[in-house]
Write a protein that binds this ligand. Sequence first.
Ligand SMILES: Nc1ncnc2c1ncn2[C@@H]1O[C@H](COP(=O)(O)OP(=O)(O)OP(=O)(O)O)[C@@H](O)[C@H]1O
Ligand SMILES: [Mg+2]
Length: 497
Amino acid sequence: MGITKRFPGVVANRDIHLSVEKGQIHAIVGENGAGKSTLMKILYGMQKPDEGTIAVNGTKVSFHSPADAINVGIGMVHQHFMLADNLTVLENVILGSEPRKGGVGIDFGAARKKIKEISDSYGLGIDPDVLVEDIGVGTRQRVEILKVLYRGAKILILDEPTAVLVPHEVDELFENLKGLVREGLTIIFISHHLDEVLKVADAITVIRRGTTVASVDPASVTARQLAELMVGSELPSPETRESTVTDVVAVSVRGLTVLSADGRPLIDNISFDVRKGEVLGIAGVEGNGQAELVEAIMGMRVAAGTITLGEADISAWPTLRRREAGVGFIPEDRHRHGLLLESPLWENRILGHQTQKPNVKGPWIDRKGARADTQRIVEEYDVRTPGIDVKAAALSGGNQQKLIVGREMSGDPVFLIASHPTRGVDVGAQAAIWDHLRHARAAGLAVLLISADLDELIGLSDTLKVILRGRMVADVDPANVTPEELGSAMTGAGEAT
Ligand SMILES: Nc1ncnc2c1ncn2[C@@H]1O[C@H](COP(=O)(O)OP(=O)(O)OP(=O)(O)O)[C@@H](O)[C@H]1O
Ligand SMILES: [Mg+2]
């Protein structure tokens, strides 16, 4: 009640009023930087409110750390996953709350049994002994949920759980959540996908510019009305009408093959062209080789085959040289490959572009040029921030994404690899990014688009290919395909075997 939280230069939460009923799925919506994650972190004891009170089951509580929140049964799954790739599911789940055997040694047997029990009783289908790096995002998410349940949470906070999922994984997640609610648990979740909010939530709270502006009943609003409550604008559509595709091949990939450490093909003999003014969309369930494909084209991973950019064979070039030649890259994981969280925004502007204008003058870093251009990006891409000297970590998730998109669209790239370009951005900012992409495309940019958002993929792509187990298995006409049809093509349904 009346929660307020200030950061230097911003009031992230101002007089928030939120009440969540037990046994319900409660959705929180609002534009990027509205204060959703901050509020959730306060509820989870990660941040202390400057003003206001929290009551759980009628009792006033005050949290000094997440451990306090866990003690009263509140658990959280973060916007950015926090699992360690090189550990097993079991190790990840017990990390920080290891069961002890007589005071010494970790009791793996007991932990394994408990994980199996939780997994079975909620139908999560989790194998405790696999490595996290070997499982897909949908499963990772269930591991994060299991980790929270393992600690005895009765109130689950999920910050943008569906952003990384393709439609059938979203459906599975919601089935899981409904199961939890039937057992009497309470779920609070954040999402920018208003149609799914309307489908699954029992109650919705809208946050705008740090404060709660409305509590609405999902049965009595439309997605459009909800968007208007959030941002005062209408829902955008990614529709691309007139074609700008030319005959000029900008990028040509031939026989690209990437092998795993044990010699399995992760990318199996892939060939395609992207022409100037063309958006080539790649549809696929996450984990079918998209990440490896992108990393191979960027020179971040060893690959066989030929990659030609314009006239140049760039197959052997290091990443930096590819970037200098005009390849822009919006990475799928903005924390791992896109940003230095502890550095200010203007230094992040230089990242990956440290040899290019306006960041350099002769052999030197041009601080002034980089700063001025960061300011331009902040304005053109509507990055909500108190200034360009704040750390990237101080931006909300969606605003971090906008900064990366702005940076990668700078300096007129000839070829842009866009992995989930609008992941985590609100409906208004999504429309703005689509506009930027369409403009650049009309000016001759070639784009390789990878997205879990099938409407985005269908709407923006001129050409659409389906990737499955490292191979391009189908060509789909974006003008005539529905998201449902594309979804089933992605899982290999109907594929001739
Ligand atoms: N650690 C921090 N230091 C300084 N400012 C912060 C910090 N964390 C958040 N903020 C600011 O607080 C405001 C709210 O951010 P928050 O992350 O809660 O937004 P959000 O609603 O989750 O947005 P998104 O949809 O983009 O994830 C933003 O202006 C953000 O820049
Ligand atoms: Mg957030």
